[in-house]
Design a protein around this ligand. Structure first.
Ligand SMILES: [Zn+2]
Length: 221
């Protein structure tokens, strides 16, 4: 199944995942992308029935409110932890590391229709925990073809990198990371899924990414 990537400004990605009942949109780009996203769904010829958000940063939820208005029947899904950030609540959970609120958390007026935790399913997609970049970031693995929608656990702009710390060739996602050591742990955990392809929030889709993920983990970024 080809990966359907929607790009904004050449920097930010969203994805449309085909299911029997329609499309799952993974992430909602920056503000102003709703027309582009709806047009991409129209080209595929199926309705968006779910909006699944990997984390609450502004370049992943930016067009959510406009999309939700255009798609009143679509489910809106985000992790239970980042749902609090979507509601502009930056309080920490008990026992959570003292991360730093980096990056933009603009929140949204749209409320999730349900929240997600590791082990849940979104259509065919498996939900995997990927905290660190944000406290409740999640990744989605499509077991039908091994595509890992890895959110900002890895970026591939300038090469495959984790976001545990800023990567020299494309430092932005690393600068936005909440807690680096947790992000590196998540990068390791996602590597054990042995994905056939990596579909990140930033950068191109990378086929057979295992060796590059290993190098990125070894480098620590
Ligand atoms: Zn991010």
């Amino acid at each position: 199944m080809p990966v359907s990537r929607i790009r904004q400004l050449g920097l930010v990605n969203a994805y449309l995942v085909q299911e029997d009942d329609g499309l799952t949109l993974v992430d909602a780009l920056l503000p102003g992308a709703q027309k582009k996203i709806l047009a991409a769904a129209e080209t595929i010829g199926a309705p968006i029935v779910r909006v699944a958000l990997t984390h609450a940063h502004g370049d992943h939820i930016g067009s959510l409110d406009k999309l939700a208005a255009a798609l009143p029947d679509a489910e809106v899904l985000i992790s239970t932890r980042d749902a609090r950030l979507l509601a502009k609540d930056k309080s920490l959970d008990p026992g959570e590391p003292q991360g730093k609120w980096r990056g933009n958390y603009p929140g949204a007026n749209t409320k999730p229709t349900a929240t997600l935790a590791a082990g849940d399913r979104v259509g065919s997609l498996e939900v995997h925990a990927a905290p660190g970049h944000t406290p409740g970031q999640i990744a989605f693995l499509d077991p039908r073809d091994g595509t890992l929608y890895c959110a900002d656990a890895y970026s591939t702009l300038g090469g495959v990198a984790t976001t545990a710390k800023p990567y020299a060739r494309f430092p932005l996602p690393g600068f936005a990371t909440w807690h680096g050591p947790t992000a590196l742990e998540s990068a390791r955990a996602l590597r054990t899924l042995d994905p056939a392809r990596l579909a990140p929030g930033h950068g191109k889709v990378v086929e057979a990414p295992g060796a590059e993920m290993d190098r990125a983990i070894a480098r620590g970024a």
